[in-house]
Design a protein around this ligand. Structure first.
Ligand code: 5GP
Ligand code: MG
Length: 171
């Protein structure tokens, strides 16, 4: 398998800098908690938070989706071991990529149910053409075409997450 570069390292860092400025402006004097979705958003989380110069907290969630044998409906199961304490906090949910939108929309509901004061969403990537659930991310790094990408946190069978750039996996 070969990885063909799609978004280079410096473009990602520039974009995160701009997103950091937006987040700073929007959350000044608010109790911000960034809740990152494991595992794909970890690299973006580490780079993004170091560019945000207002107080914030970091929490994690883990969710897995299961598709039943007899149904096409996807169920998202949230790992309660992480159980982020978000009561009264203004939460920014961070994920690596918005694809069908099912993960992010279910997690927004989950975080609201845990008593957050507000919930917004940020994604590094937004894939065009596959969205099922109508959700608009509040902060978006890059819009990409319908290709399978790896790197900068994103995996294929748990490989490639460490690459400092985003690339397209080719056979
Ligand atoms: P959604 O619930 O929006 O369909 O899916 C979001 C999740 O699907 C992401 O968090 C990610 O784990 C996975 N995903 C979707 N598209 C891609 C892709 O192009 N590459 C990788 N590595 N994961 C993807
Ligand atoms: Mg994911």
């Amino acid at each position: 398998m070969a990885v063909e570069p799609l978004i280079d390292e410096s473009s990602i860092q520039h974009r995160l800098e701009a997103m950091g400025r937006e987040i700073e402006d929007d959350y000044r004097d608010k109790p911000l908690t960034i809740v990152a979705v494991l595992t794909g958003s970890l690299i973006a989380l580490a780079d993004l938070v170091r560019r945000i110069r207002i107080p914030l907290r970091i929490a994690l969630v883990q969710a897995s989706s299961y598709r039943g044998k007899t149904t096409t409906a996807t169920t998202l199961v949230v790992n309660e071991a992480f159980a982020p304490d978000v009561a009264g906090r203004d939460v920014l949910l961070l994920d690596d990529i918005l694809d069908t939108g099912q993960t992010l929309s279910a997690l927004v509901q989950h975080i609201e149910d845990r008593g957050a004061a507000s919930v917004r969403t940020a994604v590094l990537l937004r894939k065009i053409g596959r969205q099922i659930v109508p959700i608009e991310p509040d902060y978006c790094g890059f819009v990409i075409p319908d290709v399978f990408v790896v790197g900068y946190g994103l995996d294929y069978n748990d490989d490639y997450r460490h690459l400092p750039f985003v690339g397209v996996l080719r056979e």
